[in-house]
Design a protein around this ligand. Structure first.
Ligand code: COA
Length: 687
C-alpha cells in the first residue's frame, strides 16, 4: 500500500469578472459571497486571493443601481465585506487597474492588500455627493491615520499604489508577479498562529482623529460648504473615534441621508451625461482615422497649452510659428511647464525628457506633412484664420484632420478656403488648454463623420471631455455664457452693483462671478468683439455700454489693475469703486431706468432663466445633440456648480408654470430683439 500524498496547500483564486470595470452590482456581490464561502469550506483550500482584471480590481458600487431596489438587495456590499472579515482563512486582495469607492472598501475588508505599483486607488464618492458607505471612513483612519485618510476622501482623486506604498494602506507594492506575491502572502498568513489581521480591529488614535477633523473643517471652502457630503464626511471620520460598530452605524446613517439629496442626484446625473456625451449619435458613427502626430500652428498661450496636452498624451507634436522669437517663447513656456511638474514631484525627469523629445518646433510649413491632425491656434479673426488654412491646405498630408481652435467663428467660412472641407472642423479648447477639461468639437456642414470621430478620439486621448456641437455663433458654451453675461449686465442697470451679482452667483455655487471673470480674461477682448459686431447691431436692442465706458477709461481688467474691480497685489477690491458706480448709474439714467436693489435670489433666478432660455433655443436649432451635453459644457467649462447638475437639470427641478411665467417677464424686460424659447422648445429641452 502506498501512502497517499497530502495535497499541496492550495490558494483559491476568486476572480472578479464583471466587465468592463467590475462595478459591484448584485451579481458580483453574490459571486464574492458565494465564492468566499465555498473556498472557506473547501478542505483543500488554506488561503484565498481576491483578484480583478488588468483594468480594474473594482470601480466600486454600480452607479446604475443607485436609486433602484437592486442597490439594497442582499447581499449588500457591507455583507460581502463582513463575509470576508469573518472568513477563517486569510483573504488577500490582489489589486491591478483601479480600486475605487466600494472596490477600495472591498479591499479594505481583506486581511491584506497587494497592489501593482501602477494601480490607482481612491474614494471618489465625494464627487457623487456621497461619502463611502461600506466602511472606508472607519478603516482608512485606522490604517493611514486620520489626516491622510481625510485628504484622500475629501479630494476624491485616486492615487497610485506607488504613491501609497508607505501609507499603511497596502502590505506589498510590486511592479510584476501580482498573483504570485499575493498568494505567497496569503499562505504566509495561513501559517501564522496569531489571529488574521483586520483593519476594523486596529486601534484608532482619537486625538489624531479630532485634530484632523478640526483642521479639515477649518479649511472647507465655499463650494465644499455648499455640498452636504463634505460635512458628512467630517462627521463620519469623527465617528471613527468611537467603537468600530458605532462608527459604522454613523457612516451608514450619513450615507443614506446623502443618497437622496438633491446634490447627489445632480452629481449622479452629471456622471451619466458626461459618459453619454462622449458617444456620437448613430448618424455620425464612424471609425476614427489613425493619428499619432499633432501639429499646432501658433505658439501663444493657447497653442502651447494644446501642445502640452498633446505631449502629455504621448503624441508627437509639431509646433509651427511665423517668427523665431514667438516660437522660442512657446518652446520656453512648454519647457517651464514640464520643469515645474518635475520640481513639484509630479513627473519624473526622465519621463519629462521623453515627452518633450517628441516636440518638433519649426518655422517651416513643409513640416506639416508629418501630422495626421493639424490644429490652428492663431489670432481670432476670420481673415487671419482663412489665410492660415490656405497654407495648411498646401502643406498638410491627404487625409489629415484640419482643426481650427476658434471660440466663435464660422467653421464653414474657414473650411471653404481649402480644397478639402470634409477634413475641416472646430476644436474649441478652453484656456489653459492643458488644464481645462472641456473641448467643443464643432461640426461644419461638410465635416466628414470619420473626421469628427477622430476629433472625439483625440479629445479622449488628451483626457478631455469632448462635446460635439453644431456650427453656430458661440457653439454651445459661449452662446449660453453670452446670454447669461448680458442678463447680468442688465441687472447692473436695473439696480445691482457688480459685486452684488458676483456674490449672489458665487453663493449659488459658480466658481466665479461674471464680472470677476470678465476682469480676469480682460475687458478689451469683449470690447473688440462688441466693436466688430457694432455695425450689425440693431439700435433698438438693449445694449449695456458699461464695459465699453470702462475700456475707454483704460480699465481693461486685472492686467491694468482696474476693470469692474480695482486690484492691489493681484487681489480684487471687495466692492467696486465710485468710478464704476458712476458709470453704472449714468448707463441706467440714459435708459431712463430708476435703479432699485436686487435681492440675491432674484439675481440668481434671472441669470439661470437666461441660460435656460438660450439652452432651449440652441437645442431647437440642433447646436447640441442632447440636452445633457449642454449641462456637461456649463459644468466643465464655465464653473457652473456640478452639484446643481447644469442649467437644464436645474430647470427640470423647477415648477414648470413658474418657469414659464418668469421667462415671459424676463424676455419682456429684456426688450427688443430678445427671443423667448417657446413652451414646445422647453418641452423638448426638459424632456
Ligand atoms: N458603476 C457603473 N458603471 C461604471 C462605473 C460604476 N462605478 N464605473 C464605470 N462604469 C462604466 C461606465 O459608465 C462606462 O460604461 P459604458 O462603456 O457603457 O459607457 C464603462 O464603465 C467604462 O467607464 P469609462 O469611464 O468610460 O472608462 P475609463 O476607462 O475612462 O475609466 C474608471 C474607468 C473606472 C476609472 C471610471 O469609469 C471611473 O472613475 N468610474 C467611477 C468610479 C466611481 O465613482 N466609483 C464609486 C461609485 S460610489
Amino acid at each position: 500500500m502506498t501512502p497517499s500524498c497530502p495535497a499541496a496547500p492550495r490558494v483559491a483564486r476568486v476572480e472578479l469578472n464583471a466587465p468592463p470595470v467590475n462595478s459591484l452590482g448584485i451579481a458580483l456581490r453574490r459571486h464574492v459571497v458565494d465564492s468566499i464561502r465555498a473556498a472557506e469550506t473547501d478542505p483543500d483550500v488554506v488561503a484565498i486571493v481576491l483578484i480583478g482584471s488588468e483594468k480594474a480590481f473594482s470601480a466600486g458600487a454600480d452607479v446604475s443601481e443607485f436609486g433602484t431596489p437592486l442597490q439594497f438587495e442582499a447581499p449588500m456590499l457591507r455583507d460581502a465585506i463582513a463575509t470576508i472579515e469573518a472568513c477563517q482563512k486569510p483573504v488577500v486582495a490582489a489589486i491591478s487597474g483601479v480600486a475605487l469607492g466600494g472596490g477600495l472598501e472591498l479591499a479594505l475588508g481583506c486581511h491584506a492588500r497587494v497592489a501593482l505599483a501602477s494601480a490607482r486607488m481612491g474614494a471618489p464618492e465625494i464627487q457623487l455627493g456621497l461619502i463611502p458607505g461600506s466602511g472606508a471612513t472607519q478603516k482608512l483612519p485606522r490604517l493611514m491615520g486620520a489626516e491622510r485618510a481625510l485628504a484622500m476622501m475629501m479630494s476624491g482623486q485616486p492615487e497610485t499604489a506607488a504613491q501609497l506604498s508607505a501609507s499603511g494602506l497596502l502590505d506589498r507594492v510590486v511592479s510584476q508577479d501580482l498573483w504570485d506575491t499575493a498568494s505567497a502572502l496569503a499562505l504566509e498568513l495561513a501559517q501564522q498562529a496569531q489571529p488574521l489581521p483586520r483593519a476594523r480591529d486596529r486601534t484608532v488614535d482619537v486625538a489624531a482623529v479630532e485634530a484632523a477633523v478640526e483642521k479639515a473643517a477649518a479649511r472647507l471652502n465655499k463650494r465644499q460648504r455648499a455640498q452636504p457630503a463634505y460635512q458628512a464626511l467630517l462627521d463620519a471620520v469623527q465617528a471613527s473615534a468611537l467603537l468600530f460598530e458605532a462608527g459604522m452605524q454613523r457612516e451608514r446613517e450619513l450615507f443614506l441621508a446623502l443618497m437622496t439629496s438633491s446634490e447627489a442626484t445632480a452629481l449622479r446625473y452629471q456622471f451619466r451625461v458626461q459618459r453619454e456625451s462622449a458617444k456620437l449619435p448613430p448618424s455620425l458613427s464612424a471609425q476614427p482615422r489613425a493619428f499619432d502626430h499633432v501639429a499646432v500652428i501658433g505658439a501663444g498661450t493657447m497653442g502651447s497649452g494644446i501642445a502640452i496636452a498633446a505631449l502629455e498624451a504621448g503624441l508627437q507634436v509639431g509646433l509651427l510659428e511665423q517668427s523665431a522669437q514667438a516660437l522660442e517663447r512657446g518652446v520656453a513656456r512648454i519647457g517651464e511647464h514640464f520643469s515645474s511638474r518635475v520640481k513639484a514631484g509630479k513627473l519624473e525627469s526622465a519621463k519629462a525628457e521623453q515627452l518633450q523629445g517628441r516636440l518638433h518646433a519649426t518655422l517651416d510649413w513643409s513640416a506639416l506633412s508629418a501630422a495626421n491632425v493639424v490644429i490652428e491656434a492663431v489670432f481670432e479673426d476670420v481673415a487671419v484664420k482663412q489665410s492660415v488654412f490656405r497654407l495648411i491646405d498646401q502643406h498638410a498630408r491627404a487625409g489629415a484632420v484640419l482643426a481650427t481652435n476658434t471660440s466663435y467663428l464660422d467653421i464653414n467660412a474657414i473650411a471653404a478656403v481649402t480644397s478639402r472641407p470634409q477634413d475641416v472642423l472646430g476644436l474649441h479648447f478652453f484656456s489653459p488648454a492643458n488644464v481645462m477639461k472641456l473641448l467643443e468639437v464643432v461640426q461644419g456642414k461638410d465635416s466628414a463623420a470619420d473626421a469628427i470621430a477622430t476629433a472625439m478620439a483625440l479629445g479622449r486621448q488628451l483626457k478631455k471631455t469632448p462635446i460635439l456641437c453644431g456650427n453656430a455663433f458661440g457653439f454651445i458654451g459661449n452662446r449660453i455664457y453670452n446670454a447669461y453675461r448680458k442678463q447680468c449686465e442688465f441687472m447692473l442697470e436695473d439696480g445691482a452693483w457688480p459685486e452684488d451679482v458676483d456674490q449672489a452667483l458665487t453663493d449659488f455655487g459658480f466658481a466665479m462671478g461674471p464680472f470677476a471673470v470678465a476682469d480676469l480674461s480682460g475687458l478689451d477682448i469683449a470690447w473688440r468683439m462688441r466693436q466688430a459686431h457694432a455695425a450689425t447691431r440693431d439700435p433698438r436692442e438693449r445694449y449695456v455700454h458699461i464695459l465699453d465706458r470702462l475700456c475707454e477709461m483704460g480699465r481693461m481688467g486685472r492686467k491694468t489693475q482696474a476693470g469692474y474691480y480695482t486690484y492691489a497685489d493681484g487681489k480684487p477690491s471687495p466692492t467696486t469703486d465710485d468710478v464704476v458706480r458712476g458709470v453704472v448709474v449714468r448707463a441706467a439714467a440714459e435708459r431712463g431706468i430708476e435703479r432699485s436693489p436686487l435681492a440675491a435670489d432674484v439675481i440668481q433666478r434671472r441669470a439661470l432663466l437666461a441660460m435656460v432660455n438660450e439652452a432651449a433655443l440652441l437645442f431647437s436649432e440642433g447646436v447640441a445633440h442632447r440636452a445633457g451635453d449642454i449641462d456637461v459644457v456649463l459644468v466643465n467649462g464655465y464653473g457652473f456648480p456640478s452639484w446643481v447638475g447644469g442649467p437644464v437639470h436645474w430647470a427640470r427641478t423647477q415648477p414648470r408654470a413658474g418657469l414659464e411665467q418668469d421667462l415671459d417677464r424676463l424676455i419682456a424686460a429684456n426688450g427688443f430683439g430678445s427671443v423667448r424659447a417657446t413652451p414646445a422648445m422647453l418641452d423638448r429641452l426638459l424632456a
